[in-house]
Design a protein around this ligand. Structure first.
Ligand SMILES: Nc1ncnc2c1ncn2[C@@H]1O[C@H](COP(=O)(O)OP(=O)(O)OP(=O)(O)O)[C@@H](O)[C@H]1O
Length: 966
């Protein structure tokens, strides 16, 4: 390929970019600008996926100023063409340098291939048409981006992924209870946004110890290859002595994972991230982002800075209120400052959820609305006219369900935390095993009692350590081995022995306790345990987790500090020992959540060894009998912890004062029940409507399951591989080996390795065998395979024989496939409204379009292939007729295109107008919604409608059909 500045080329893979112009040629690279879509690409010279555009004499070309001309001669100077042409309008002769050609010009000419005897096989034409139809269907499919991940189809996750990923730049707090799959949800949303081109560069910020888990999950579940960034890696990009400015390391990759802990230490990296143009941010374990008005934490401020410049933000936490309501509010504000503008207003709003939940309940129960119901609903949506929706509900047609749903969405949107917060609970998801609490009461050793007295009398008793008697003891006896006399250790050893075949996770509050306990188990009984805490390097931690996970020859025990194991997946174990009791209900939930998560198949046993009448025993009793926090999740735990604060602290400091303790527990239980009921009827009920997706989510999962391995997909894929020349060997067990051959149509089929790959269309098989590729419509091999066909020349022209005794011999039919296409900037996402759309025209000999009477498949069944020689002869003989028919078709196509555009505009208008109405509605309750935001959306709508208007159409492929009696 010889490139020169000013030449016009098109992208082979991305036809919709329009006509590109070469703007730079370096030693090894070529830079091409696509003005129609405002995209620039840099390719390696040797392998640029570009096709040179050269027009021929008599071709009609379009000038970028809007007029057209017919080519008379092609002149060339230093590789760049100038067209001598006759202007259609003025008939004047003009010289048009190729640089001045319209950027929107389509360049596909099947008829020229026909005249040049480039006639392809009939089945290739069929595959091409199917590829176009499939491409269109996939662009418009509501399942797009929701099928290709390697995981089970869990309705609430699919619902969240679907509803969030439809948005442009979503900003959401994913707050499902522990272990319900927030990582998976975030991955699905990201993958979907990447797939449709809404997002190109994503950053995931996680606690240090979760980096590898994210890396692995993104790769194995979503085929997304992230890179881990740390100081060492970034230091490589520092400026050399000669350079003034180094490279911004964050610009060198587009999918990056890094640790929050690291960014805190290196604020200059935060600035680099801000400048690196990420468009998607995920922050895991977001409950660490503490905030108060006067003292926002460093972590909070850091993420806030990034959230200012990164359009899409997902915050993940199972315990959003762990650091209090204010921090929770601040995180919501960070996501949507217009919706959450004032803390006091937020607190008040929380108290008024009940009437909203009641209104939603009325709508959900499916009965006709009474006047009182209507008044109640209308009072909550004063800013808009709800009458039409009430009418639709009363009509009891298909519209009524839609109208009910619409009203529910609006109520939740205006009055709930709605679009910003998603939270699923075990109660709504269901199907989880039970949690069983085992309290083990032991005698407190006198050494601990003495140490406690000494430390208290010195005034050095830190409230935080009172649940770790071993730490207090070590404050005064640093060298004495506490585990020699601590009965909890003896109990643990005996327990381990009785559970020889079980994995046991032991959580201590501090890393020191975990380390010393490891020594105790090893020295006392020769038990080898893995240790896991925040002071280990990431690699050591991953190694420890893997050692624990290993079935054979792995560690039976994992000794972990509480913060060290946060977010980790240990659901293969069902025994949890809380060697120290976590000092807050949400922390307790995080610990239990290591085992109580999706994939846990057995009941979970939670063992709490504690000393009689110790602070730990009191707290355990309060958790269990007051909150029931061991056996069920306790969403109101933190609220009660705060409410009961003083009294609880009294009992923890005076653990032997039992007189009022029972009544205090009863009071707590009473409050817990009361709050639970209020939450269920109010806030949580609203969140649940919003988050679980109900019946619709079930149906979504069923639809995806049905689409998995559908015959349409399997047939199309196998046909595609056949055409490309990929060898296929069926291995049975729902898997097929694909290998490259020496006679492939293209040298490199995307994703096909030299040594071959194994594929399956079956989700369960893909879950069991992670080494094989799981093919769905979303898989890159299928998507790029479709692109390869639709943007290349395969199947563009063919000639076939119609065996039909009823038709005179030699009757000519012309089947034409036109494609309507729009080239627009990516941010408009026009493909969702107007994907490349094939229009089929079937002309009889008189030029009448009979496509609606004769279906593609019906006709195809009656066709037989012709030898190439025969086909060439037929074309030669019928050329004049074909030319005449083509001219007739071109007159009919604009009307057909008009219909396609009208529908596309309707789709665009209703989607974008809906968004606008929502903003206007929100503005009515929240005066801080900026007018500029509304104007921006209005502009997107205007531009989208205008761009659709500018869509072009082209003849993509054609089939000449000639009849015979046999
Ligand atoms: N759809 C699914 N199919 C199969 N496994 C799943 C699915 N969703 C989640 N899991 C598994 O369930 C476990 C919990 O998921 P995940 O880590 O995403 O939960 P989480 O909500 O982020 O938990 P935490 O609150 O502890 O951070 C993981 O082992 C994950 O691989």
């Amino acid at each position: 390929m010889v490139f020169a500045v000013g030449q016009r080329w098109i992208s082979e893979g991305e036809n919709n970019l329009g006509l590109g112009v070469i703007v730079g040629v370096e030693i090894r690279t070529v830079t091409i600008l696509f003005p129609a879509s405002d995209e620039k690409r840099v390719y390696a010279l040797a392998s640029a996926p570009l096709t040179r555009v050269q027009f021929q004499i008599n071709d009609r070309i379009f000038h970028q100023d809007g007029w057209s001309a017919d080519v008379l001669e092609v002149l060339e100077q230093e590789g760049v063409f100038t067209y001598r042409a006759r202007c259609v309008e003025t008939q004047a002769e003009v010289l048009i340098p190729e640089k001045a050609l319209s950027h929107h010009m389509s360049v596909s000419k099947p008829q020229e291939r026909l005249w040049a005897d480039q006639i392809d096989r009939n089945e290739h034409f069929v595959t091409r048409y199917q590829a176009l139809l499939n491409q269109q269907a996939q662009f418009q499919s509501s399942l797009r981006g929701l099928r290709g991940f390697r995981a089970n189809l869990i309705p609430h996750q699919l619902h969240i992924a679907q509803s969030i990923s439809q948005r442009i730049a979503p900003r959401v707090l994913l707050a499902d209870e522990v272990g319900l799959g927030k990582t998976l949800e975030a991955g699905m949303i990201l993958q979907q946004q990447l797939l449709v081109g809404k997002v190109e560069r994503a950053l995931i910020i996680v606690p240090e110890n979760l980096q590898h888990q994210w890396l692995v999950e993104m790769l194995r579940r979503f085929n997304l290859a992230f890179s881990l960034f740390d100081e060492e890696r970034c230091a490589d990009f520092a400026p050399t002595e000669e350079e003034e400015k180094g490279v911004n390391p964050f610009e060198t990759e587009s999918l990056i994972i890094c640790a929050l802990d690291w960014l805190e230490q290196y604020p200059q990296r935060v600035e680099q991230i801000r400048q690196a143009g990420f468009d998607f941010l995920i922050v895991d374990e977001a409950h660490h982002l503490a905030w108060t008005e006067h003292a926002p934490s460093v972590e909070y401020q850091l993420i806030e800075q990034l959230a200012h410049v990164i359009p899409a933000v997902l915050l993940l936490t199972a315990t959003p209120e762990q650091l209090g309501q204010e921090s929770h509010f601040a995180r919501l504000r960070l996501l949507d400052p217009h919706r959450f503008y004032d803390y006091q207003a937020f607190v008040q709003e929380q108290q008024h959820y009940q009437p909203v939940a009641q209104a939603v309940n009325i709508l959900l129960n499916g009965q006709q609305l009474t006047d009182t119901d209507k008044n109640h609903i209308a009072a909550l949506l004063t800013e808009q006219d709800v009458e039409p929706l009430f009418k639709a509900i009363a009509s009891q047609t298909e519209e009524s369900d839609h109208a009910r749903q619409e009203l529910i969405t609006q109520l939740i949107d205006r009055h709930g935390t709605s679009r910003v917060l998603f939270r699923n609970t075990r109660q709504s998801v269901k199907g989880f095993p039970h949690r069983i609490y085992h309290q083990i009461t032991l005698e407190q050793p006198k050494q601990y009692a003495n140490a406690m007295n000494v430390v208290s009398s010195l005034g050095e008793l830190d409230l935080k350590t009172r649940f770790n008697p071993e730490q207090i003891f070590q404050q005064i006896h640093a060298d004495v081995r506490w585990w020699e006399f601590d009965p909890r250790v003896e109990w643990l050893l005996q327990f381990i022995k009785t559970q020889r075949n079980e994995k046991i996770l032991v959580i201590c509050q501090r890393a020191d306790t975990a380390i010393q306990l490891e020594q105790a188990l090893r020295e006392k009984e020769g038990i080898r345990a893995a240790v896991f805490h925040e002071r280990l390097s990431i690699v050591e931690r991953d190694r420890a987790a893997a050692y624990f996970a290993q079935q054979e020859e792995g560690a039976q025990i994992l000794l972990s500090s509480s913060i060290g194991s946060e977010g980790r997946n240990f659901q293969f174990a069902c025994h949890l020992v809380l060697f120290n009791l976590p000092d807050s209900p949400d922390l307790l939930e995080q610990c239990i959540g290591r085992l109580d998560r999706i994939g846990q198949l057995r009941d979970i046993h939670i063992h709490v060894p504690c000393f009689a009448n110790s602070p730990q025993a009191r707290l355990a009793q309060w958790y269990h009998e007051g909150l029931n926090a061991f056996e069920e999740t306790c969403p109101m735990g933190e609220t009660l912890f705060e409410k009961c604060g003083e009294k609880l602290q009294f009992f923890l400091q005076n653990p032997t004062a039992l007189a009022d303790f029972e009544s205090f527990i009863r009071q707590t239980r009473h409050m817990q029940q009361h709050l639970k009921q209020a939450l269920e009827q109010g806030r949580d009920r609203l969140l649940e409507f919003n988050s679980s997706g109900g019946e619709a989510a079930q149906q979504l999962a069923e639809r995806i399951a049905k689409a998995d391995g559908s015959p349409d997909l399997v047939n199309f894929a196998l046909n595609l591989f056949d055409i490309i020349g990929v060898e296929q060997e069926d291995l049975g067990e729902k898997s097929i080996v694909l290998s490259p051959t020496g006679h492939m149509l293209i040298p490199d089929f995307p994703g096909l390795k030299e040594e071959g790959i194994t594929i399956t269309f079956d989700r369960q098989q893909a879950l069991v065998r992670e080494d094989i590729e799981f093919l769905t419509w979303d898989h890159p091999m299928i998507r790029q395979g479709i692109d390869l066909i639709t943007t290349g020349d395969i199947g563009k022209t063919t000639v076939a024989l119609l065996v039909n005794k009823g038709l005179p011999v030699g009757t000519l039919l012309l089947e034409l496939i036109y494609v309507v296409d729009v080239q627009a900037p990516n941010y408009l996402q026009l493909n969702r409204f107007l994907p490349p759309t094939p229009i089929r025209v079937l002309l009889d000999v008189h030029g009448t379009n009979i496509a609606s009477q004769v279906s593609f498949n019906g006709l195809n069944k009656q066709l037989k292939p012709l030898s190439k020689n025969m086909a060439i002869k037929v074309v030669k003989m019928a050329k004049a007729k074909i030319v005449a028919l083509l001219a007739k078709a071109e007159k009919q196509v604009p009307n057909l295109v008009e219909n396609v555009l009208r529908e596309a505009k309707q789709r665009a208008d209703s989607t974008l107008s809906y968004e606008l109405t929502r903003l206007y509605g929100l503005k009515a309750v929240n005066k801080t919604i900026r007018q500029s935001e509304i104007e921006a959306l209005e502009q997107v709508r205007e531009q989208s409608l205008q761009q659709i208007e500018q869509a072009t159409w082209r003849l993509d492929s054609l089939r000449v059909i000639i009849s015979n009696k046999e």
